[in-house]
Write a protein that binds this ligand. Structure first.
Ligand code: IPD
Ligand code: CA
Ligand code: CA
Length: 264
């Protein structure tokens, strides 16, 4: 499968940083007994991966801006392009040796995400999307699932944990949805949750209070796989608000209805 030069740059950067994360994952179990503990180690792994991504992406596209979870905004001379990067999405999973985590790289031109790459080094799954060119998992073309009945659907969600989000609101949303669907899942890495929707593994997904680096690459994957993604009011900018719901157009519409009613 031939991809564009842009996608090749993103993939190369993701694979290199992915090798570093995979090495670090192998160390984690030894660190359970170390003095500083694994959390400190993981935050170093995270920062190291982000610096690798910054170096590789900026070398290939000098001047582009860079927004990373660890280092924040680094302005470029080219104000129209910004990389939006989560060097390690699914930190809690990584820390616990659960192989559901990823590097997520999105590229924004003006106000539109034009390319996305999500890579899980633990199982070597590489998701790619470029505007107008489709979405792929390891070179296989992706399409969102076609189910139209919620009672046949498996829906993913994000679950606010200690010190984060509105727990009562989440419980109301979950109650509204769990009574209508075949299964609910919480996998713990938002970028991969979105990639799973693009791949038709999950029929839909919703989460609140995400950050742009959790969403940028996944959003274009879903759209290029024929899916619908929006904010929780149906049309707001998910990157700006951090709240989102997605699926095929039917599942998206049904979930949105239930979520709006639950939030009243
Ligand atoms: C988190 C994961 C998780 C989501 C959280 C995110 P991190 O990202 O994507 O699934 O529920 O809201 O912050 O902290 O592991 O990069
Ligand atoms: Ca994240
Ligand atoms: Ca992260």
């Amino acid at each position: 499968m031939q991809h564009s030069a842009l996608i090749n740059v993103m993939v190369k950067a993701a694979l290199r940083a992915g090798r570093s994360l995979k090495r670090d994952l192998g160390e984690i179990e030894h660190l359970q007994v170390s003095l500083k503990g694994p959390a400190n180690f993981v935050s170093l792994a995270d920062k190291r991966a982000e610096e690798m991504l910054y170096t590789d992406l900026l070398k290939a596209r000098p001047g582009y801006g860079f927004l990373g979870e660890e280092g924040g905004t680094r302005e470029g001379t080219d104000k129209t392009h910004t990389w939006i990067v989560d060097p390690l999405d699914g930190t809690t999973n990584f820390l616990h040796g659960i192989p559901q985590f990823a590097i997520s790289i999105g590229l924004k031109r003006e106000d539109t995400i034009i390319a996305g790459v999500i890579y899980n080094p633990a199982n070597d799954e590489l998701y790619i999307a470029e505007r107008g060119k489709g979405a792929f998992l390891n070179d296989q073309r992706l399409r969102v699932a076609g189910r139209r009945q919620l009672n046949e659907c498996v829906i993913g969600c994000g679950l606010p944990h200690i010190g984060r989000g509105d727990h009562a609101l989440f419980r109301a949303e979950m109650e509204a949805i769990q009574t209508k669907v075949a299964g609910l899942r919480r996998f713990g890495a938002a970028s991969l949750d979105l990639a799973f929707v693009a791949a038709g593994r999950l029929d839909g997904f919703w989460e609140r209070d995400l950050s742009p680096w959790d969403i940028a690459a996944g959003q274009i994957l879903i759209r290029e796989a024929g899916g619908t993604i929006s904010g929780l009011d149906g049309h707001d900018d998910t990157l700006a608000t951090g709240h989102l719901v997605c699926g095929n157009e039917y599942v998206h519409r049904e979930l949105l209805k239930l979520l709006k009613a639950a939030a009243k």
